[in-house]
Every structure is written in C-alpha cells, then in structure tokens.
Design a protein around this ligand. Structure first.
Ligand SMILES: C[S@@+](CC[C@H](N)C(=O)[O-])C[C@H]1O[C@@H](n2cnc3c(N)ncnc32)[C@H](O)[C@@H]1O
Length: 192
C-alpha cells in the first residue's frame, strides 16, 4: 500500500462510529430498506450505514479498497448490524444496471473523481426510488488544491452548475451545508 493510501485509510477511520452515526441521522439516512454506498472506499461509512439500515451494499471501483473494506466489515462487531452485514463489491457507479431501487444513497467524496460527473449524477438519480434520500457532496477549489497534492485527480464542479444538474435529474435539494472548513459543499436531495 502506498504512503498516501495509509494516510487516507487512517483518515477515514479517524471519525468515530458515534460521529458517523450522528451524521447519518442528521442526513436522514437511517431506517431505510435498501441503501447504496456509492464509492465506498474502505467501507467506514458502509459499516455505519449497516448499523441503522436494513440492506446495505457498497460499490467501489478500486478492487484493493474493496478487499480491505470487506476485511474490515468481517472484523467489525457482528452483533451491531441492524439486519445483516453489508458487502462491498467492485463496480463503477455508472455501470450499475436497473436493479432494485434504493431508498437511500450515500455518495461521500466521490462525484469529483468519476470520469463524467453528469453521467454519475444521472445514474444515481435513476437508482434512487421516488422520495428516496441521497447525500452527495462536491469539493470547492481550496479542497481540490489540497487533494491534488495527494495525487488524486479531482474535477472542479461549480456549485451553481451542480445544482442545475440536480434539478434536471428530478432531484429536489432538501438541505445544503458546508463542511471541512467551508471547503466542501454537502447536499441532501430527494427524488421527486
Ligand atoms: C475520497 S474516496 C471516498 C470514499 C468513501 N465514500 C468515504 O467517504 O470514506 C472516493 C472513492 O470513490 C471511488 N470512486 C471514484 N469514482 C468511482 C466510480 N465511478 N465508481 C465507483 N467508485 C468510484 C474511488 O475509488 C475512491 O475510493
């Protein structure tokens, strides 16, 4: 594992389970039947999602991250799942078919890294059931700069353009907030 990967792994697991669960509650991503963690990374949010929702699946394009995520899922407290353990599979968001619609989607720190963010948003909207809730965020310029130093190439998505695209995809913005010292904009959206 490269040095930066170790830093990233440490970073995502430095948020406590209690903090993540409180955030999920705040975002309305609890007590859902079918939840997708889109771009699950090392699965830290996937694990938290499965404590408070029924069927949780993570998808992640990097097979090494998928392997570690599933290892960490196995190692985590098996008595804490709301229904059963989640799984993370190797898959690109845009390649998801027309399977079961989700009533919750978490897409944390992902859309800027996909090949075509508009296509990603279209796919996520298609996967979300009517009245379903999705969390999605975008990095503002200062966070993109910081990120590029790690070698990860992220696209700068301008907030007004992103918001227009959200509306085009039959999604309604329920709430927005700023995080990471005002460098990341978060959206809670609902499928109309
Ligand atoms: C910054 S990480 C965030 C991981 C996780 N959501 C979290 O918050 O801990 C972004 C992840 O999105 C994944 N990713 C990027 N584009 C993707 C795509 N098109 N389909 C699936 N995963 C993707 C990357 O491989 C990476 O693991």
């Amino acid at each position: 594992m490269k040095d930066w990967e170790m830093v990233f792994l440490g970073q995502v697991y430095s948020t406590t389970m209690e903090q993540t669960l409180a955030a999920l509650k705040h975002f309305g991503l609890v007590d859902k039947k079918n939840v997708l963690d889109a771009g699950a990374g090392y699965g830290s949010i996937t694990i938290a999602l499965a404590r408070v929702n029924d069927n949780v699946v993570g998808i992640e394009r990097d097979p090494e991250r998928v392997e570690i995520a599933n290892f960490l899922i196995k190692k985590s407290d098996q008595t804490k799942w709301k229904s059963h353990a989640p799984t993370v599979i190797t898959m690109e968001i845009e390649k998801m078919g027309y399977g079961l619609r989700k009533d919750g989607i978490m897409c944390h720190g992902v859309v800027m890294y996909t090949k075509d963010w508009k296509e990603t948003l279209r796919t996520l909207s298609r996967l979300l059931a009517k009245k379903g809730t999705m969390y999605i965020d975008i990095y503002l310029p200062k966070y993109i700069d910081w990120n590029e130093r790690s070698g990860a190439k992220a696209t700068l998505i301008k907030a007004p353009e992103f918001e227009k695209e959200i509306e085009k995809n039959k999604l309604k913005i329920v709430r927005t907030s700023m995080t990471r010292g005002d460098r990341v904009k978060e959206y809670i959206v609902e499928k109309i």
